[in-house]
Design a protein around this ligand. Structure first.
Ligand code: ADP
Ligand code: MG
Ligand code: ZN
Length: 478
Protein backbone atom coordinates (compact mmCIF):
# COMPACT_ATOMS: atom_id res chain seq x y z
CA UNK A 1 0.00 0.00 0.00
CA UNK A 2 1.25 3.45 -0.92
CA UNK A 3 1.57 5.55 2.22
CA UNK A 4 1.31 8.88 0.38
CA UNK A 5 -2.45 8.62 0.23
CA UNK A 6 -5.18 8.35 2.77
CA UNK A 7 -8.00 5.94 1.95
CA UNK A 8 -11.59 7.11 2.45
CA UNK A 9 -14.52 4.71 2.44
CA UNK A 10 -18.26 5.22 2.86
CA UNK A 11 -20.68 2.31 2.69
CA UNK A 12 -24.25 1.93 1.49
CA UNK A 13 -25.86 -1.24 2.77
CA UNK A 14 -29.14 -2.68 1.58
CA UNK A 15 -30.79 -4.73 4.27
CA UNK A 16 -33.62 -6.93 3.05
CA UNK A 17 -36.26 -7.14 5.73
CA UNK A 18 -37.80 -10.40 6.92
CA UNK A 19 -41.41 -9.24 6.88
CA UNK A 20 -43.74 -11.86 5.48
CA UNK A 21 -45.41 -9.49 3.05
CA UNK A 22 -44.05 -6.79 0.75
CA UNK A 23 -43.68 -3.13 1.63
CA UNK A 24 -46.64 -1.71 -0.32
CA UNK A 25 -48.88 -4.74 -0.98
CA UNK A 26 -49.90 -8.00 0.66
CA UNK A 27 -47.87 -10.33 -1.60
CA UNK A 28 -45.56 -12.86 0.02
CA UNK A 29 -41.81 -12.23 0.20
CA UNK A 30 -40.89 -15.95 0.29
CA UNK A 31 -37.73 -16.77 -1.63
CA UNK A 32 -37.44 -19.25 -4.50
CA UNK A 33 -41.07 -19.45 -5.67
CA UNK A 34 -42.26 -19.76 -9.28
CA UNK A 35 -41.51 -16.57 -11.25
CA UNK A 36 -44.26 -13.94 -10.94
CA UNK A 37 -46.36 -16.16 -8.67
CA UNK A 38 -46.14 -13.58 -5.89
CA UNK A 39 -47.38 -10.48 -7.62
CA UNK A 40 -50.45 -8.25 -7.72
CA UNK A 41 -51.40 -5.01 -9.50
CA UNK A 42 -49.37 -2.96 -7.00
CA UNK A 43 -46.03 -4.75 -7.35
CA UNK A 44 -46.57 -5.33 -11.07
CA UNK A 45 -46.82 -1.57 -11.36
CA UNK A 46 -50.19 -1.59 -13.12
CA UNK A 47 -51.60 1.89 -13.70
CA UNK A 48 -53.94 3.07 -10.98
CA UNK A 49 -52.88 0.54 -8.34
CA UNK A 50 -52.25 2.23 -5.00
CA UNK A 51 -49.49 1.37 -2.51
CA UNK A 52 -50.36 0.78 1.15
CA UNK A 53 -47.47 0.96 3.61
CA UNK A 54 -46.69 -2.19 5.64
CA UNK A 55 -46.57 -1.17 9.32
CA UNK A 56 -44.08 -3.90 10.14
CA UNK A 57 -41.54 -2.35 7.78
CA UNK A 58 -41.73 0.92 9.69
CA UNK A 59 -41.33 -0.93 12.95
CA UNK A 60 -38.22 -2.72 11.66
CA UNK A 61 -36.79 0.59 10.47
CA UNK A 62 -37.35 2.07 13.93
CA UNK A 63 -35.67 -0.95 15.50
CA UNK A 64 -32.64 -0.65 13.23
CA UNK A 65 -32.53 3.08 13.88
CA UNK A 66 -32.58 2.72 17.65
CA UNK A 67 -29.96 -0.04 17.55
CA UNK A 68 -27.63 2.21 15.54
CA UNK A 69 -28.09 5.25 17.80
CA UNK A 70 -30.03 7.11 15.13
CA UNK A 71 -32.68 9.76 15.58
CA UNK A 72 -36.10 8.61 14.45
CA UNK A 73 -37.90 11.27 12.46
CA UNK A 74 -41.41 12.07 13.74
CA UNK A 75 -42.37 12.74 10.12
CA UNK A 76 -40.79 11.26 7.03
CA UNK A 77 -41.62 11.24 3.35
CA UNK A 78 -41.66 8.64 0.61
CA UNK A 79 -40.24 9.84 -2.69
CA UNK A 80 -40.16 8.55 -6.22
CA UNK A 81 -36.72 7.84 -7.63
CA UNK A 82 -37.21 7.88 -11.38
CA UNK A 83 -35.19 5.73 -13.73
CA UNK A 84 -35.83 3.20 -16.43
CA UNK A 85 -34.84 -0.43 -16.20
CA UNK A 86 -36.86 -3.48 -17.27
CA UNK A 87 -36.97 -4.87 -13.72
CA UNK A 88 -38.77 -1.73 -12.52
CA UNK A 89 -42.25 -1.74 -14.06
CA UNK A 90 -43.45 1.58 -12.62
CA UNK A 91 -40.50 3.49 -14.03
CA UNK A 92 -39.69 4.69 -10.54
CA UNK A 93 -38.68 3.17 -7.24
CA UNK A 94 -40.46 4.26 -4.08
CA UNK A 95 -37.74 5.31 -1.67
CA UNK A 96 -37.07 8.12 0.76
CA UNK A 97 -34.98 11.14 -0.09
CA UNK A 98 -35.18 14.42 1.78
CA UNK A 99 -36.81 13.21 4.96
CA UNK A 100 -35.69 9.65 5.71
CA UNK A 101 -36.97 7.81 8.77
CA UNK A 102 -33.58 7.73 10.56
CA UNK A 103 -30.62 10.12 10.64
CA UNK A 104 -27.47 10.91 12.64
CA UNK A 105 -26.66 7.42 13.90
CA UNK A 106 -23.32 5.82 14.67
CA UNK A 107 -21.59 2.57 15.50
CA UNK A 108 -18.34 2.09 17.38
CA UNK A 109 -15.87 -0.29 15.80
CA UNK A 110 -12.57 -1.69 17.06
CA UNK A 111 -9.62 -0.78 14.87
CA UNK A 112 -6.11 -2.11 14.95
CA UNK A 113 -4.34 1.24 15.07
CA UNK A 114 -6.76 3.57 16.82
CA UNK A 115 -8.64 1.28 19.17
CA UNK A 116 -12.30 2.21 19.40
CA UNK A 117 -13.52 4.45 16.61
CA UNK A 118 -16.92 5.91 15.81
CA UNK A 119 -18.39 5.56 12.32
CA UNK A 120 -21.24 7.92 11.52
CA UNK A 121 -24.47 6.72 9.94
CA UNK A 122 -25.84 9.48 7.80
CA UNK A 123 -29.28 8.01 7.28
CA UNK A 124 -31.40 4.91 7.11
CA UNK A 125 -34.32 4.93 4.74
CA UNK A 126 -37.01 2.51 3.61
CA UNK A 127 -37.47 1.55 -0.01
CA UNK A 128 -38.77 -1.18 -2.30
CA UNK A 129 -36.57 -3.64 -4.16
CA UNK A 130 -36.79 -4.08 -7.94
CA UNK A 131 -37.57 -7.35 -9.75
CA UNK A 132 -35.04 -9.73 -11.22
CA UNK A 133 -34.02 -10.19 -14.85
CA UNK A 134 -33.41 -13.70 -16.12
CA UNK A 135 -31.23 -13.69 -19.20
CA UNK A 136 -32.25 -16.61 -21.37
CA UNK A 137 -29.90 -16.19 -24.31
CA UNK A 138 -28.35 -13.32 -26.18
CA UNK A 139 -31.69 -12.31 -27.71
CA UNK A 140 -34.18 -12.44 -24.89
CA UNK A 141 -34.55 -11.85 -21.19
CA UNK A 142 -37.43 -12.56 -18.85
CA UNK A 143 -38.43 -10.65 -15.78
CA UNK A 144 -39.50 -12.11 -12.44
CA UNK A 145 -41.30 -9.59 -10.26
CA UNK A 146 -41.56 -11.74 -7.14
CA UNK A 147 -38.83 -9.64 -5.57
CA UNK A 148 -40.34 -6.33 -6.72
CA UNK A 149 -41.64 -4.38 -3.75
CA UNK A 150 -39.68 -6.44 -1.21
CA UNK A 151 -38.87 -4.12 1.71
CA UNK A 152 -35.33 -2.84 2.10
CA UNK A 153 -33.57 -0.55 4.48
CA UNK A 154 -30.71 1.40 3.00
CA UNK A 155 -28.11 2.27 5.61
CA UNK A 156 -25.74 5.00 4.42
CA UNK A 157 -22.56 5.63 6.38
CA UNK A 158 -20.45 8.76 6.56
CA UNK A 159 -17.13 8.51 4.67
CA UNK A 160 -15.47 7.68 7.99
CA UNK A 161 -13.59 4.48 7.30
CA UNK A 162 -9.90 4.59 6.45
CA UNK A 163 -9.08 1.03 5.42
CA UNK A 164 -10.71 -2.14 4.12
CA UNK A 165 -10.36 -3.62 7.62
CA UNK A 166 -12.32 -0.77 9.16
CA UNK A 167 -14.99 -1.18 6.51
CA UNK A 168 -15.28 -4.88 7.31
CA UNK A 169 -15.41 -4.22 11.06
CA UNK A 170 -18.28 -1.78 10.51
CA UNK A 171 -20.14 -4.12 8.17
CA UNK A 172 -19.78 -7.11 10.45
CA UNK A 173 -21.18 -5.12 13.31
CA UNK A 174 -24.10 -3.81 11.29
CA UNK A 175 -24.75 -7.33 10.00
CA UNK A 176 -24.69 -8.72 13.53
CA UNK A 177 -27.12 -6.06 14.73
CA UNK A 178 -29.77 -6.51 12.04
CA UNK A 179 -29.62 -10.28 12.45
CA UNK A 180 -29.85 -9.94 16.25
CA UNK A 181 -32.85 -7.67 15.85
CA UNK A 182 -34.45 -10.30 13.66
CA UNK A 183 -35.17 -7.75 10.93
CA UNK A 184 -32.89 -9.46 8.35
CA UNK A 185 -31.78 -13.04 7.81
CA UNK A 186 -28.27 -11.80 6.99
CA UNK A 187 -27.78 -14.16 4.05
CA UNK A 188 -25.21 -12.37 1.88
CA UNK A 189 -25.13 -14.94 -0.89
CA UNK A 190 -28.86 -14.65 -1.44
CA UNK A 191 -28.52 -10.88 -1.35
CA UNK A 192 -30.32 -10.22 1.94
CA UNK A 193 -27.45 -7.99 3.06
CA UNK A 194 -25.78 -6.18 0.15
CA UNK A 195 -23.10 -3.58 0.26
CA UNK A 196 -21.88 -0.91 -2.15
CA UNK A 197 -18.50 0.48 -1.19
CA UNK A 198 -17.57 4.06 -2.09
CA UNK A 199 -13.82 4.39 -2.24
CA UNK A 200 -11.56 7.37 -2.78
CA UNK A 201 -8.04 8.40 -1.91
CA UNK A 202 -6.47 11.77 -1.12
CA UNK A 203 -2.98 12.97 -0.25
CA UNK A 204 -2.41 12.96 3.51
CA UNK A 205 -3.43 16.25 5.06
CA UNK A 206 -5.86 17.23 2.31
CA UNK A 207 -9.25 18.19 3.70
CA UNK A 208 -11.46 17.80 0.67
CA UNK A 209 -12.43 14.30 -0.36
CA UNK A 210 -11.06 12.73 -3.50
CA UNK A 211 -13.34 11.54 -6.30
CA UNK A 212 -15.00 8.27 -5.40
CA UNK A 213 -15.72 5.11 -7.28
CA UNK A 214 -18.73 3.12 -6.18
CA UNK A 215 -18.09 -0.63 -6.09
CA UNK A 216 -20.97 -3.05 -6.58
CA UNK A 217 -21.51 -6.78 -6.73
CA UNK A 218 -19.88 -7.50 -3.39
CA UNK A 219 -21.58 -10.52 -1.87
CA UNK A 220 -19.19 -11.63 0.85
CA UNK A 221 -16.98 -9.93 3.43
CA UNK A 222 -13.94 -11.43 1.73
CA UNK A 223 -14.87 -9.96 -1.66
CA UNK A 224 -15.59 -6.57 -0.12
CA UNK A 225 -12.12 -6.47 1.38
CA UNK A 226 -10.47 -7.65 -1.82
CA UNK A 227 -12.43 -5.21 -3.97
CA UNK A 228 -11.58 -2.22 -1.77
CA UNK A 229 -7.90 -3.13 -1.64
CA UNK A 230 -7.74 -3.60 -5.40
CA UNK A 231 -9.59 -0.33 -6.01
CA UNK A 232 -7.25 1.66 -3.76
CA UNK A 233 -4.24 0.38 -5.67
CA UNK A 234 -5.93 1.14 -8.96
CA UNK A 235 -6.69 4.73 -7.96
CA UNK A 236 -3.15 5.25 -6.72
CA UNK A 237 -1.84 4.02 -10.06
CA UNK A 238 -4.17 6.35 -11.97
CA UNK A 239 -3.01 9.37 -9.97
CA UNK A 240 0.68 8.43 -9.99
CA UNK A 241 0.44 8.12 -13.77
CA UNK A 242 -0.77 11.70 -13.88
CA UNK A 243 -4.41 10.81 -14.48
CA UNK A 244 -7.62 11.58 -12.61
CA UNK A 245 -10.04 9.23 -10.91
CA UNK A 246 -13.48 9.53 -12.50
CA UNK A 247 -16.67 9.25 -10.53
CA UNK A 248 -18.22 6.02 -11.68
CA UNK A 249 -19.81 2.74 -10.71
CA UNK A 250 -17.49 -0.24 -10.92
CA UNK A 251 -18.35 -3.92 -10.72
CA UNK A 252 -16.23 -6.33 -8.76
CA UNK A 253 -15.17 -9.34 -10.78
CA UNK A 254 -14.51 -11.99 -8.14
CA UNK A 255 -13.02 -14.48 -10.59
CA UNK A 256 -10.23 -12.10 -11.50
CA UNK A 257 -10.10 -10.10 -8.28
CA UNK A 258 -10.46 -6.77 -10.08
CA UNK A 259 -13.03 -3.97 -10.44
CA UNK A 260 -14.34 -2.94 -13.87
CA UNK A 261 -16.01 0.24 -14.96
CA UNK A 262 -19.74 -0.30 -15.40
CA UNK A 263 -21.20 3.14 -15.96
CA UNK A 264 -20.73 6.75 -15.12
CA UNK A 265 -22.21 7.63 -11.76
CA UNK A 266 -25.60 9.31 -11.72
CA UNK A 267 -26.13 12.38 -9.60
CA UNK A 268 -29.17 12.66 -7.37
CA UNK A 269 -30.76 15.24 -9.69
CA UNK A 270 -30.72 12.70 -12.53
CA UNK A 271 -33.38 10.78 -10.63
CA UNK A 272 -35.86 13.65 -10.41
CA UNK A 273 -36.84 12.72 -6.89
CA UNK A 274 -40.21 14.05 -5.77
CA UNK A 275 -42.62 13.17 -2.94
CA UNK A 276 -44.84 10.25 -3.87
CA UNK A 277 -48.38 11.66 -4.07
CA UNK A 278 -49.83 8.19 -3.43
CA UNK A 279 -48.38 7.93 0.06
CA UNK A 280 -49.10 10.23 2.99
CA UNK A 281 -46.24 11.59 5.03
CA UNK A 282 -45.34 8.96 7.63
CA UNK A 283 -45.94 10.01 11.24
CA UNK A 284 -44.13 8.13 13.98
CA UNK A 285 -45.20 9.00 17.52
CA UNK A 286 -42.93 9.03 20.56
CA UNK A 287 -45.16 6.42 22.13
CA UNK A 288 -44.53 4.08 19.25
CA UNK A 289 -40.77 4.67 19.41
CA UNK A 290 -40.73 4.07 23.18
CA UNK A 291 -42.76 0.94 22.77
CA UNK A 292 -40.34 -0.44 20.14
CA UNK A 293 -37.39 0.54 22.32
CA UNK A 294 -38.81 -1.38 25.25
CA UNK A 295 -38.88 -4.54 23.14
CA UNK A 296 -35.33 -4.27 21.76
CA UNK A 297 -33.17 -7.26 22.62
CA UNK A 298 -29.87 -6.74 24.40
CA UNK A 299 -27.42 -6.08 21.55
CA UNK A 300 -24.14 -7.90 20.98
CA UNK A 301 -21.94 -4.99 22.10
CA UNK A 302 -23.83 -4.78 25.39
CA UNK A 303 -23.64 -8.53 25.88
CA UNK A 304 -19.92 -8.48 25.17
CA UNK A 305 -19.43 -6.04 28.00
CA UNK A 306 -21.84 -7.70 30.42
CA UNK A 307 -20.30 -11.14 29.97
CA UNK A 308 -16.96 -9.70 31.02
CA UNK A 309 -18.31 -7.64 33.91
CA UNK A 310 -21.07 -9.84 35.29
CA UNK A 311 -19.63 -13.27 34.49
CA UNK A 312 -15.93 -12.40 34.65
CA UNK A 313 -15.30 -14.00 31.26
CA UNK A 314 -12.23 -13.16 29.18
CA UNK A 315 -12.93 -10.83 26.26
CA UNK A 316 -12.33 -13.66 23.83
CA UNK A 317 -15.01 -15.88 25.38
CA UNK A 318 -17.43 -12.97 25.67
CA UNK A 319 -16.88 -12.19 21.98
CA UNK A 320 -17.48 -15.72 20.77
CA UNK A 321 -20.56 -16.24 22.93
CA UNK A 322 -22.22 -12.92 22.14
CA UNK A 323 -21.58 -12.96 18.38
CA UNK A 324 -24.68 -15.00 17.61
CA UNK A 325 -27.93 -14.36 19.41
CA UNK A 326 -28.97 -18.01 19.59
CA UNK A 327 -25.56 -19.02 20.97
CA UNK A 328 -25.78 -16.23 23.55
CA UNK A 329 -29.23 -17.38 24.63
CA UNK A 330 -28.03 -20.95 24.88
CA UNK A 331 -25.05 -19.92 26.98
CA UNK A 332 -27.18 -17.76 29.28
CA UNK A 333 -29.59 -20.66 29.77
CA UNK A 334 -26.70 -22.93 30.81
CA UNK A 335 -25.34 -20.33 33.24
CA UNK A 336 -28.76 -19.90 34.81
CA UNK A 337 -28.73 -23.63 35.63
CA UNK A 338 -25.08 -23.99 36.58
CA UNK A 339 -23.63 -20.81 37.97
CA UNK A 340 -19.98 -21.18 37.05
CA UNK A 341 -19.77 -19.02 33.91
CA UNK A 342 -16.21 -19.90 32.90
CA UNK A 343 -16.92 -23.64 33.05
CA UNK A 344 -20.11 -23.09 31.04
CA UNK A 345 -18.20 -20.98 28.54
CA UNK A 346 -15.51 -23.65 28.10
CA UNK A 347 -18.11 -26.31 27.38
CA UNK A 348 -20.24 -24.18 25.08
CA UNK A 349 -17.27 -22.88 23.08
CA UNK A 350 -15.45 -26.22 23.11
CA UNK A 351 -17.77 -29.23 23.06
CA UNK A 352 -20.98 -27.65 21.86
CA UNK A 353 -19.72 -25.29 19.13
CA UNK A 354 -17.08 -27.84 18.13
CA UNK A 355 -19.60 -30.64 17.66
CA UNK A 356 -22.05 -28.37 15.87
CA UNK A 357 -19.38 -27.24 13.46
CA UNK A 358 -18.23 -30.77 12.81
CA UNK A 359 -21.79 -31.90 12.08
CA UNK A 360 -22.69 -28.70 10.27
CA UNK A 361 -25.62 -27.89 12.55
CA UNK A 362 -26.85 -24.66 14.09
CA UNK A 363 -27.33 -24.25 17.80
CA UNK A 364 -31.10 -24.50 17.42
CA UNK A 365 -30.55 -28.03 16.17
CA UNK A 366 -28.25 -29.01 19.02
CA UNK A 367 -29.46 -32.28 20.58
CA UNK A 368 -27.79 -31.39 23.88
CA UNK A 369 -30.09 -28.77 25.42
CA UNK A 370 -28.87 -26.29 28.05
CA UNK A 371 -30.58 -28.49 30.68
CA UNK A 372 -28.72 -31.58 29.51
CA UNK A 373 -25.40 -29.76 29.41
CA UNK A 374 -25.90 -28.29 32.88
CA UNK A 375 -26.67 -31.83 34.06
CA UNK A 376 -23.18 -32.96 33.01
CA UNK A 377 -21.49 -29.97 34.61
CA UNK A 378 -23.22 -30.64 37.93
CA UNK A 379 -21.95 -34.20 37.97
CA UNK A 380 -18.39 -33.07 37.33
CA UNK A 381 -18.77 -30.49 40.05
CA UNK A 382 -19.97 -32.96 42.67
CA UNK A 383 -17.25 -35.46 41.69
CA UNK A 384 -19.65 -38.07 40.38
CA UNK A 385 -17.66 -38.17 37.15
CA UNK A 386 -14.26 -36.90 36.07
CA UNK A 387 -13.83 -34.30 33.34
CA UNK A 388 -12.64 -37.03 31.05
CA UNK A 389 -15.62 -39.32 31.57
CA UNK A 390 -17.79 -36.24 31.12
CA UNK A 391 -16.72 -36.15 27.47
CA UNK A 392 -17.99 -39.70 27.03
CA UNK A 393 -21.24 -38.78 28.77
CA UNK A 394 -21.55 -35.78 26.47
CA UNK A 395 -21.21 -37.95 23.38
CA UNK A 396 -23.83 -40.38 24.68
CA UNK A 397 -26.24 -37.54 25.42
CA UNK A 398 -25.69 -36.21 21.93
CA UNK A 399 -26.70 -39.54 20.43
CA UNK A 400 -29.43 -40.71 22.81
CA UNK A 401 -30.90 -37.51 24.23
CA UNK A 402 -30.87 -39.15 27.69
CA UNK A 403 -29.73 -37.09 30.64
CA UNK A 404 -26.37 -37.35 32.39
CA UNK A 405 -27.65 -39.26 35.41
CA UNK A 406 -29.32 -41.89 33.25
CA UNK A 407 -26.17 -42.43 31.23
CA UNK A 408 -23.86 -42.50 34.23
CA UNK A 409 -26.15 -45.13 35.79
CA UNK A 410 -26.68 -47.30 32.75
CA UNK A 411 -23.03 -47.32 31.71
CA UNK A 412 -21.66 -47.56 35.24
CA UNK A 413 -19.55 -44.47 34.76
CA UNK A 414 -19.70 -43.23 38.31
CA UNK A 415 -16.30 -42.15 39.45
CA UNK A 416 -14.60 -44.44 41.94
CA UNK A 417 -14.01 -42.40 45.07
CA UNK A 418 -13.86 -45.36 47.37
CA UNK A 419 -10.27 -45.19 48.60
CA UNK A 420 -10.10 -48.94 49.21
CA UNK A 421 -10.90 -49.70 45.58
CA UNK A 422 -8.40 -47.17 44.29
CA UNK A 423 -5.80 -48.37 46.74
CA UNK A 424 -5.98 -51.88 45.37
CA UNK A 425 -5.56 -50.63 41.80
CA UNK A 426 -2.61 -48.54 42.94
CA UNK A 427 -1.05 -51.61 44.52
CA UNK A 428 -1.52 -53.56 41.26
CA UNK A 429 0.06 -50.78 39.21
CA UNK A 430 3.06 -50.57 41.52
CA UNK A 431 3.52 -54.32 41.45
CA UNK A 432 3.30 -54.44 37.65
CA UNK A 433 5.91 -51.73 37.00
CA UNK A 434 8.97 -52.42 39.19
CA UNK A 435 11.42 -50.62 36.84
CA UNK A 436 9.46 -47.38 36.84
CA UNK A 437 8.98 -47.63 40.59
CA UNK A 438 12.71 -47.88 41.06
CA UNK A 439 13.35 -44.92 38.76
CA UNK A 440 10.72 -42.85 40.54
CA UNK A 441 12.19 -43.62 43.90
CA UNK A 442 15.59 -42.77 42.44
CA UNK A 443 14.34 -39.22 41.84
CA UNK A 444 12.57 -39.28 38.48
CA UNK A 445 9.39 -37.67 39.79
CA UNK A 446 8.08 -36.95 36.34
CA UNK A 447 6.96 -40.57 36.27
CA UNK A 448 4.00 -39.66 38.48
CA UNK A 449 2.07 -38.86 35.30
CA UNK A 450 2.75 -42.34 34.01
CA UNK A 451 1.47 -43.97 37.21
CA UNK A 452 -1.69 -41.87 37.29
CA UNK A 453 -2.26 -42.78 33.65
CA UNK A 454 -1.93 -46.49 34.48
CA UNK A 455 -4.42 -46.20 37.35
CA UNK A 456 -6.89 -44.34 35.17
CA UNK A 457 -6.54 -46.93 32.46
CA UNK A 458 -6.98 -49.84 34.85
CA UNK A 459 -10.10 -48.19 36.26
CA UNK A 460 -11.43 -47.40 32.75
CA UNK A 461 -11.17 -43.73 33.54
CA UNK A 462 -13.37 -43.95 36.60
CA UNK A 463 -10.83 -43.48 39.38
CA UNK A 464 -10.91 -40.02 40.89
CA UNK A 465 -7.64 -38.62 39.52
CA UNK A 466 -6.93 -36.51 42.60
CA UNK A 467 -7.28 -39.50 44.88
CA UNK A 468 -5.22 -41.70 42.58
CA UNK A 469 -2.48 -39.10 42.70
CA UNK A 470 -2.54 -38.88 46.47
CA UNK A 471 -2.54 -42.62 47.05
CA UNK A 472 0.25 -43.18 44.52
CA UNK A 473 2.43 -40.57 46.24
CA UNK A 474 1.83 -42.21 49.56
CA UNK A 475 2.55 -45.76 48.37
CA UNK A 476 5.59 -44.79 46.30
CA UNK A 477 7.27 -43.00 49.14
CA UNK A 478 6.77 -45.92 51.50
P1 ADP B 1 -25.29 7.83 -3.99
O1 ADP B 1 -26.66 7.23 -3.96
O2 ADP B 1 -25.06 8.83 -5.00
O3 ADP B 1 -24.23 6.81 -3.97
P2 ADP B 1 -25.42 8.35 -1.20
O4 ADP B 1 -25.45 9.66 -0.50
O5 ADP B 1 -26.56 7.43 -1.05
O6 ADP B 1 -25.16 8.70 -2.69
O7 ADP B 1 -24.15 7.57 -0.74
C1 ADP B 1 -22.92 8.08 -0.82
C2 ADP B 1 -21.97 7.22 -0.05
O8 ADP B 1 -20.66 7.49 -0.47
C3 ADP B 1 -21.99 7.52 1.43
O9 ADP B 1 -21.78 6.33 2.15
C4 ADP B 1 -20.81 8.46 1.61
O10 ADP B 1 -20.24 8.36 2.88
C5 ADP B 1 -19.85 7.94 0.59
N1 ADP B 1 -18.97 8.96 0.03
C6 ADP B 1 -19.30 10.17 -0.43
N2 ADP B 1 -18.21 10.81 -0.91
C7 ADP B 1 -17.18 9.97 -0.77
C8 ADP B 1 -15.80 10.03 -1.10
N3 ADP B 1 -15.27 11.10 -1.69
N4 ADP B 1 -15.04 8.96 -0.83
C9 ADP B 1 -15.55 7.87 -0.26
N5 ADP B 1 -16.83 7.75 0.08
C10 ADP B 1 -17.65 8.77 -0.18
MG1 MG C 1 -24.57 4.92 -4.02
ZN1 ZN D 1 -48.00 -7.34 -4.75
Amino acid sequence: MNSRYEVVIGLEVHVQLTTRSKIFCGCSTAFGQLPNSQTCPVCLGLPGALPVLNRQVVEYAIKAGLATNSQIAPRSIFARKNYFYPDLPKGYQISQFELPICEHGWLDIETRDLGRKRVGITRIHMEEDAGKLLHNDSYSSAVDLNRACTPLLEVVSEPDMRSADEAIAYLKQLHQIVVYLGVCDGNMEEGSFRCDANVSIRPWGQETLGTRAELKNLNSFRFIKQAIEYEVERQIDVIEDGGEVVQETRLYDADNGITRSMRGKEEAHDYRYFPDPDLLPLQVSDTWIDEVRSRLPELPAAKLQRYQEEFGLPEYDAGVLSADRAVAEYFEAVVSLFEQPKTCSNWVMGEILGALKEKNLTIDQCPVTPELLAGILKRIDDNTISGKIAKTVFEEIWITGKNADQIIDEKGLKQVTDSGAIESIVADVIAANPDQVAEYRGGKEKLMGFFVGQVMQASKGKANPGMANQLLKKKLSE
